[in-house]
Design a protein around this ligand. Sequence first.
Ligand SMILES: Nc1ncnc2c1ncn2[C@@H]1O[C@H](COP(=O)(O)OP(=O)(O)OP(=O)(O)O)[C@@H](O)[C@H]1O
Length: 426
Amino acid sequence: MAMQMLTISPALSLISAVIIPCVALVIAFLGERLRKISKKANLSIAALSAYLNEVLPAIVFVKANNAEACEIARFKRLARVDLSERLKKRKMKALIPQIIQSIYMGALFIFCAGSLLLSKGSFDGCSMVSFVTSLVLIIEPIQDVGKAYNELKQGEPAIERLFELGRFKAKVMEKPDAIHLDNMAGELKFCHVSFRYSDKMPLVLDRLDLHIKAGETVALVGPSGGGKTTLVKLLLRLYDPSSGCICVDNYNIQNIQLKSLRRHVCLVSQDITLFSGTVAENIGYRDLMNGIDMDRVELAGQLANADEFIKKLPEGYNTNIGPRGSVLSGGQKQRLAIARAVYQDPSILILDEATSALDSRSELLVRQALQRLMETRTVLVIAHCLETVLMANRIFTLNDGRLQELTRSSLLGGHLNSLESEGLVI
Ligand SMILES: Nc1ncnc2c1ncn2[C@@H]1O[C@H](COP(=O)(O)OP(=O)(O)OP(=O)(O)O)[C@@H](O)[C@H]1O
């Protein structure tokens, strides 16, 4: 095509060739705009999804607080922003080829008309038709390149977000020579442990020392924000201490394989996490990939005082408990979480004791189940209830990152206000 055009008119061909880089510049400019618009559209759908993920599971709370109208308004606002950003993107996508074509054709028309006038009849009608046809055929692949470029620009924000995730550094790293531990006795040492969440934040734990013997139960109390949960996060190696070390059976936990550590250290939290699936899958969660041992699941159910209610469910251990265990009561969920810990059979148990009010029978069943679970293992219990505190061998208060041992007599003889300041209820 290019040769044919050159033969018909070298001057016009040169003019056409000058237009191509101009159009390329326009394509680049429009591509950059499309990239920015696509980025905004990606962010708006991400905000809408995050909002729905947060609010839909809390729908009971929303209704109980008469907040439906407020949430509908918030949803509409986010959905409107998303709609407008997506419309902008669609419009831009539809407009770009038209803009490029118009510019191209307009510019060529002006140049051709100008050239015809200047050539003063040396250029006949047939040659003109032949030239323009060749030009149109040449434009098509150039436009395809433009389209491909715009597709690339449109996908760029998504790729950028993916690369950002790739650049995300894990807070803890497993050493290549980290050891695997088959068994753990459960001796626990916190040696001069200090921790802050980031350089600009204050110390949450300040040179903390604690030695827990294997099989011992230690209760941690203290005011809200004192650092109790942070201590648990360090023990599970969700973060590493800023200084000092934590040892299990005299091994620094930074030298133990993460899988091995988390196999032997189990957290039963007050925020119970249950998944949509059967009762058995939730109890035997640890073996979900390798095959659940049903005998152990039932034994765990019995030890956790959960067997009775599970057997009354329509399909017993094979009943689906719905999203986040929605078909179960609070006490039943707690017993299922305890059954999961019994199934895991950890050497070290961390108990973030639930404060949620249960009826007295449920509370008795949960307490019995906890007592069974606490037998024969090392237990670190974040206690909120005086009764639980008194089950421990030793009691510590964690305040401003510092530990201080409390005596039973000081607690039992304590004034109600001083118990409350330790975050305890009677
Ligand atoms: N991910 C985090 N990033 C930054 N600061 C945090 C983070 N988690 C907790 N903190 C801060 O660390 C301090 C200790 O929090 P932590 O959750 O350990 O307290 P706690 O004793 O468990 O409190 P509570 O009894 O209320 O659960 C608080 O000041 C809290 O704001």
